[in-house]
Design a protein around this ligand. Structure first.
Ligand SMILES: Cc1cc2nc3c(=O)[nH]c(=O)nc-3n(C[C@H](O)[C@H](O)[C@H](O)COP(=O)(O)OP(=O)(O)OC[C@H]3O[C@@H](n4cnc5c(N)ncnc54)[C@H](O)[C@@H]3O)c2cc1C
Length: 387
């Protein structure tokens, strides 16, 4: 890694980072290209990540997690993403959205039933907020939940659910207000949906440009009967919980973007040293040096923003604005850095013989999910006027 570490890390943080680096180098990197080519989801990774504690990193030890701080978690995510961005999104979604919502809002019974096995890696968690007609305007979602005795009956289609067909539990948002009395965002509740429930079906699998080893699916709820005991927190509060957990989720996506950008920089630095034109390594040309310098600077800027946000989270501060800044900075850096990396590789960057075209494809989605760059800018601007 050509970039110097600038964070004041503890011995424990360095050890966990090193563990992630070794795991990524030995168990992910050798397979990433093939998993991407064949859109293969490697199920065994769930158990393996669980054994390492990587599926319960910030969950307290009393719920079988590692009880680590946000900084350590993001350092691990960055290492995983540098080797395989698809595995990083699995880790990020599981750790930040369903796990954090269960931790913050789940009953003791729900934490025992779901959070503990999730933290051990025995149960994968997913998050279903988006719908085909409700993306950035997620509060416009239409999936309807109607109380019927000791259950809620859900009807609707959730879209873009990362590993939704592989998860043992999905935190799904549905409306509990009535068509006659729409409450907007306050009419949305969070449900713990399991795939064994009658009326649950995995729908279309998306054929994606990047992150091809992370299966993204629609979930169809057709008179899905969810026990009332699976309502998460208070009715009508689901959207608030989702926004709160997205603050942490966006840090995870920022770490993923930084991992991708860092990997592209590493490849470009090496290639510029090896590739010769006009009798010299291309690194001797100032045009290439300036590109590499700007790439390194963009990665470092993104890391500085992310770890400032993570430190604020660890101090218990509100991070809504900082997490949007971290995601915006890192995802735009990832897109820019991977584009420059392809330029440095020339024609060889445009073909699948080298990994930079995959990194470029994987980088793009970080500007889209968990809030597009346009939405991050809206959040940042809104916070400027918050009391
Ligand atoms: C690979 C992948 C995985 C995903 N995983 C999940 C998941 O696990 N769970 C989940 O719930 N969702 C998931 N998503 C969905 C993702 O969060 C949405 O795609 C994203 O929020 C954008 O919604 P949209 O695609 O409907 O775009 P739209 O909302 O239709 O946006 C289209 C364009 O309009 C812009 N736009 C919209 N509103 C405004 C505005 N007010 N001001 C300015 N510009 C605006 C957007 O920025 C964008 O450029 C995933 C998406 C992808 C691609």
């Amino acid at each position: 890694m050509p970039l110097r570490e600038f964070l004041p890390l503890s011995d424990q943080q360095r050890e966990v980072q090193q563990l992630a680096r070794e795991f990524a180098a030995s168990e992910l990197a050798p397979h990433t290209a093939e998993w991407d080519r064949s859109s293969h989801f490697e199920r065994s990774l769930i158990g393996r990540l669980g054994e390492l504690g990587f599926l319960g990193m910030t969950v307290p030890e009393r719920y079988d997690g590692l009880g680590l701080d946000a900084v350590t978690y993001l350092l691990v995510l960055e290492e995983i993403a540098a080797a395989d961005a698809s595995t990083a999104v699995l880790m990020s979604v599981h750790n930040s959205l369903p796990s954090q919502m269960l931790l913050a809002r789940g009953s003791e019974e729900q934490r025992t039933r779901f959070l503990r096995p999730m933290a051990r890696g025995e149960l994968l968690g997913a998050f279903a907020l988006s719908e085909p007609e409700a993306g950035s305007d997620a509060a416009a979602l239409r999936t309807q939940a109607v109380r019927d005795g000791d259950a809620y009956v859900l009807n609707g289609t959730k879209a873009w659910v990362s590993h939704g067909g592989e998860a043992g539990v999905i935190v799904a948002m549905a409306r509990t207000d009535t068509p006659e009395d729409r409450q907007g965002a306050k009419g949305i509740s969070a449900f713990l949906v399991t795939p064994d429930l009658p009326g649950f079906r995995v729908g279309k699998k998306e054929d994606k440009m990047g992150l091809r080893a992370s299966p993204t699916v629609q979930l169809v709820f057709d008179n899905l009967r969810v026990p009332a005991a699976n309502l998460l927190g208070e009715p009508g509060q689901g959207f608030v919980y989702a926004l709160q957990s997205l603050d942490q989720g966006r840090l995870g996506i920022a770490a993923q973007a930084i991992g991708i950008a860092r990997a592209a920089l590493d490849h470009a630095v090496r290639y510029a040293d090896e590739r010769r034109q006009f009798g010299s390594p291309i690194r001797d040309f100032e045009a290439i040096q300036f590109k590499l310098a700007d790439m390194a600077t963009r990665v470092t800027q993104a890391r500085a923003t992310l770890y400032a946000a993570a430190a604020a989270k660890d101090r218990g501060e509100s991070i809504t604005q900082l997490s949007s800044m971290a995601k915006l900075t890192a995802s735009e850096a990832a897109m820019w850095v991977t584009t420059q990396a392809i330029q440095i590789f020339g024609g060889y960057g445009y073909v699948t013989d080298y990994p930079v075209e995959r990194l470029f494809r994987d980088a793009k989605v970080t500007e889209i999910y968990e809030g597009t760059s346009e939405i991050q800018r809206l959040v940042i601007a809104r916070e400027l006027y918050a009391a």
